[in-house]
Each structure stands twice: as structure tokens, then as C-alpha cells.
Design a protein around this ligand. Structure first.
Ligand code: GBH
Length: 456
């Protein structure tokens, strides 16, 4: 009787960059310290009824004071890169004007601690904590916010570009605009009518483009820049050529206001037809700035946006197949389990826009993580999730898709925006009463995957 052969786990390309990620307001705390100004998330979380249990980021996981210990947690995982974000209101408390002399001190210390431990710092310039003073002037509805963002980006790039070689402009324009200015469930909590919402969308992409230009002007030439965008991934229902091409076309259209305009320098016909009389006002110069050449494209992928079929008779050539009510999801209902998204997302990006360097800048899941009697957090749901998603990522790299690295969200349980502390995304459990960090089972799995550079 033949025995099954011992399996060699499929590997990732040599030099594949394994990392982990966080964001300022979700982890730092210390919101009153060292001259930080208020952000829209301070205002929003302190408005009763906006965040689950009225949680705030006032203390969060105290990363501002515990960063040295947290760097040791990263070192134990074996990650070679840490994606964190810089709080704009620490650097410019009023958004513009005079820089706070202490504004970058914390990041200087963090960057130095990372480098001393062999971990590359990858910094995001905007992960949603807009200075409240700028919101008071219209926030992303105002063109001036895009300009102010570029000035801030140039300032930071000039200051830390000696040590930080990878900068991200915005984290998930689509999320902060759609949720913050469209649905009202994130800061600043607005539900704008279509015309104003489209203009805010345009200012977000414009801010990205102007920031790329400002960084190029201010930083050394070896500083690389790109976005970290929450791409809507369309998965072909069946992996045949016709459905794959349809999913690719759908991905282009479903990201038309964000990634597509950034990479093509124009709004698609379908997008302009859809916005109609409510289309944003923009110039040819805006589009040129928005399409400033990038060094890499970062994409955050959690769940498939849609499954797609070819529809030869439809003008678009595709039809969306709904995510059904019974579709499996992780602890947070929005996080549908569709590991193929991690294969098709980067694959569509590479083929649609000929992108040569792609990073998965976020992927992970929430789980009901409670330490067991033996002190271990048995997050088998997250272990299942990571193994299946990374299997699909490996498949993409094996097919030659130029994915260069992966940042797992998140290093620690943290302030999950409107969900407050109820949703835990960390590889490390945080006891919020004591701030004690405990590695979960998934941290052990991730350490093993990194050590082997292969599935485990
Ligand atoms: C990312 O957003 C963020 O970059 C990161 O800060 C965040 O912690 C992480 O993902 C996990 O959420 O409750 O059904 O109305 C991903 C985009 C935005 C998707 C919030 C889920 C809530 C949808 N997420 N959204 S719902």
C-alpha cells in the first residue's frame, strides 16, 4: 500500500518581505502628549453613540510608551518590516502652519529602535487622523486639504527620509471617504449628497498625487512611495479565461474613483456616466498629479468584494454575482472568507496596469480571542484564515505575480474604529486593563511561516 509522500510546503520567493502593520490612532494613545493637536477621530470617538461602547483611542494600547517592548514582539516574530502610520496632528497640530517641534520625536525613537533590531520602517502618512482644524475648514471637501497634505508629506519625507525608505501616502482613500463622508459611520461622520461626495473623492486622490510630488521634491531619490489602497477585488466565479477577463474588467470599474484613476490618469467613461451631473470638478493638471509615477502599489485585502461572471451581452462585459446571505464570515460580519481574493487582487493589478512591485499592505481578521486557563490564546479561526489566505498568495507568487511582501494586520489587538475594542485583530492579545501582551497561536504560525519562507 503506497503511503502519501511527505509534503514539502510551497515556498515564497527569496527575499519576500514579511511584515506587520498598525496605525497611529489605533495603537498610540498619548493623545494629549508632546503638543499633539486634535484629530477628527478624537472628536468622533468622544461623541456619544458613534463608537461601540463609546470607546476612544485616548490610551489605546499605549504604543507611544511601549514601542520598545512592541519592537521586541516583532523581533520575536521575525518580521523584517513594520508598517506604522504618522499622526498628522502630532506634526502639524493645526494641520498647516508651524510644525510642532516635538511632533516627530516619537517616530524618530521608533524608527531608531526598529533599525537597531533589523526591522525596516515603512511609514504611512495618512491613516485617517485628519487634524480637526482642517475638518473645521471642510476637510476633504476642501481642495486646500489636498495641498496641506502635500506640504505635510514633504515635511515628513525631508525629516525621516534618511532612515525611512518606503512611504505610503493614504491608507484606504476609499474607506475614509466612503465611510467618513458618505455613510457617516467613521469620522467625521458625514453623509454628503452625491455632488459633494464626488468632490471629496477627487480631493482624496488629488492629495495622494500632490503628496507623491512633494515627497519626490523633498526626499532623497532612494525614498520610494506608493499608496496603500483598499482595492475592491473581483473574483472570477469559475477560473476560465472568459470569467477571469470579466473579473479583471470589473476590478477596473469598481475601483474607478481610486486606484484606476491613480494608475490611468483619467476617470473611466463608466465612472463619469455614473456620476453624471454630480461629477467632480477637476482639471487636466489634477489628473496629471493624481497619476504621478509610483514606485510600488500597496493593496489591503481582507475579503472578496464580488464574484464575477462574463456577460458578453452587457456593455461592460461582466455581471456581478452577489455574496449570498449564507456566505461564511469571520467574527466581524463584513469579513467574508474568500482566500482567493489574495490571489486575484494582486494578479488583476499586475495585469491591468503593468505594476512591477506590489505589496499586500494589510490582511488579517478579527476573532473572539480569550486566553484559555493555560494562558494561551487559541485563535484557531485566525490560524485557519491565515493558512488559507497565504496559500492563495503563494499561488500568486508561483504564477509570477510580482507581489514582493505581506504586512499582517495587526501586530496587536487595537482600537478597531467604530467597533472600538470589541473586535480584536492582533497576533498578540492585549489585556486592556493591564496592557499585557500575549502572543496568540497565530503568532506562532506566522513566526514559523516567516522562518521557513513557506507555508506551515
Ligand atoms: C482596514 O480597513 C484599515 O486600514 C484598518 O485600520 C482596520 O483596522 C482594518 O482594516 C480592519 O478593519 O462594519 O460592515 O459597516 C478595512 C476596511 C473599513 C472594512 C470598515 C470594514 C466596516 C464595515 N474596513 N468596514 S461595517
Amino acid at each position: 500500500q503506497a503511503q502519501p509522500a511527505a509534503s514539502t510546503p510551497p515556498g515564497f520567493p527569496a527575499g519576500f518581505l514579511w511584515g506587520t502593520a498598525t496605525a497611529s490612532y489605533q495603537v498610540e494613545g498619548a493623545v494629549q502628549e508632546d503638543g499633539r493637536g486634535a484629530s477628527i477621530w478624537d472628536t468622533f470617538s468622544h461623541t456619544p453613540g458613534k463608537v461601540r461602547n463609546d470607546d476612544t483611542g485616548d490610551i489605546a494600547v499605549d504604543h507611544y510608551h511601549r514601542y520598545k517592548d512592541d519592537v521586541q514582539l516583532m523581533k520575536a516574530l521575525g518580521v523584517r518590516a513594520y508598517r506604522f502610520s504618522i499622526a498628522w496632528p502630532r506634526v502639524f497640530p493645526q494641520g498647516t502652519g508651524a510644525a510642532n517641534p516635538k511632533g516627530l520625536d516619537f517616530y524618530d525613537r521608533l524608527i531608531d529602535a526598529l533599525l537597531a533590531n533589523g526591522i525596516a520602517p515603512w511609514a504611512t502618512l495618512y491613516h485617517w487622523d485628519l487634524p480637526q482644524a482642517l475638518q473645521d475648514l471642510g476637510g476633504w471637501e476642501s481642495r486646500d486639504t489636498a495641498r496641506a497634505f502635500a506640504d505635510y508629506a514633504g515635511h515628513v519625507a525631508a525629516r525621516i527620509g534618511d532612515r525611512v525608505k518606503h512611504l505610503f501616502t493614504h491608507n484606504e482613500m476609499s474607506a475614509f471617504i466612503e465611510l467618513g463622508y458618505g455613510q457617516g459611520i467613521h469620522a467625521p461622520g458625514l453623509k454628503l449628497p452625491p455632488r459633494r461626495l464626488n468632490q471629496a473623492r477627487h480631493h482624496a486622490v488629488l492629495g495622494h498625487g500632490l503628496a507623491v510630488q512633494a515627497i519626490r521634491a523633498a526626499a532623497r531619490p532612494d525614498v520610494k512611495v506608493g499608496p496603500a489602497e483598499n482595492i475592491n477585488v473581483c473574483v472570477p466565479v469559475i477560473e476560465t479565461e472568459e470569467h477571469i477577463r470579466a473579473a479583471e474588467r470589473a476590478t477596473r470599474e469598481l475601483n474607478a474613483g481610486y486606484l484606476t484613476v491613480m494608475l490611468e490618469g483619467r476617470y473611466t467613461e463608466a465612472f463619469l456616466a455614473w456620476t453624471g451631473a454630480d461629477a467632480p470638478t477637476f482639471t487636466a493638471e489634477d489628473l496629471a498629479a493624481i497619476a504621478s509615477p509610483l514606485d510600488f502599489v500597496g493593496i489591503n485585502i481582507y475579503a472578496p468584494h464580488n464574484y464575477v461572471r462574463a456577460a458578453p451581452d452587457a456593455p461592460s462585459g461582466f455581471a456581478l454575482a452577489p455574496i449570498t446571505a449564507g456566505f461564511p464570515h469571520m467574527q466581524t460580519p463584513w469579513l467574508k472568507v474568500g482566500p482567493e481574493a489574495l490571489h486575484w487582487g494582486p494578479r488583476h493589478v499586475a495585469r491591468l496596469w503593468d505594476v512591477k512591485d506590489i505589496y499586500i499592505t494589510e490582511n488579517g481578521c478579527a476573532g473572539t480571542d480569550t486566553p484559555a486557563a493555560d494562558g494561551i490564546v487559541y485563535d484557531t479561526d485566525r490560524v485557519m484564515f491565515l493558512r488559507n489566505y497565504l496559500t492563495q498568495l503563494q499561488r500568486a507568487t508561483a504564477a509570477g505575480v510580482p507581489v514582493r511582501g505581506y504586512f499582517l494586520w495587526s501586530l496587536l489587538d487595537n482600537f478597531e474604529w467604530a467597533d472600538g475594542y470589541a473586535s480584536r485583530f492582533g497576533l498578540h492579545h492585549v489585556d486592556y486593563a493591564t496592557q499585557k501582551r500575549t502572543p496568540k497561536l497565530s503568532a506562532e504560525l506566522y513566526r514559523e511561516i516567516i522562518a521557513r519562507n513557506a507555508l506551515a
